[in-house]
Design a binder for this molecule. Sequence first.
Ligand SMILES: [Zn+2]
Length: 222
Amino acid sequence: MKSFTKGSSQIRKVFTNSTPTEIKIDLVKFREKIHSTDVSINQMKYCFKNLQSKLIGNDYLDYKSRAVHGKTQFNGSLAKYKSTVLKWCKHCFEMGIRTTEDFEHAVFRCPQVQYILFEVKNCLELSCPITASNCVYSSPRPPEASKDELADCTITDLIWNICMKFTLKSRSENSTMCDLTLKSELKRQVETITRNFPNQIITDRIVYLNLIPKLKRNLEQG
Ligand SMILES: [Zn+2]
């Protein structure tokens, strides 16, 4: 596990050491990864910028960083050189459906992932539409966005990053994804941000958007 952290922090360091204009983003590659042409250069820039975030723990950033940069192997590619691995998504296979598991399927398209994404969106009343590019990379910043709007986009991106780690971790541990477990994790993380970054716009917006009470209510209702 030591090399895991080491490798990932090096991936993230690439972006610390360069200014956004120096980053050459292979948009074709990142579009192909989610089978969608609906990815802008700005979404990718914010995706990489978020991987440097101090608001959530490095383990969240590492999971996302490794998956986005193709360091996480999914069954679709594993099956090519490991005869014991089937290329299908395990969850879908158990439901009787044969779907090749690639990055996009594992972190977005799989019905169990869609379920938790919609659960979280509805619970927190997020306005950002659930699309692969929004949830996997970053929310598009509106033109001439206000500081509040930018902070809201950052919050949404962090929430999807936490969901992505939850999804990837459940997948590697072969455990069932429970939306309530994810919501308690989200609640803890959002509370930590408000504690660690008081008097900052990000905390103001978390309070304004009632994120903690919404999660709390939802968890109490079960
Ligand atoms: Zn699936």
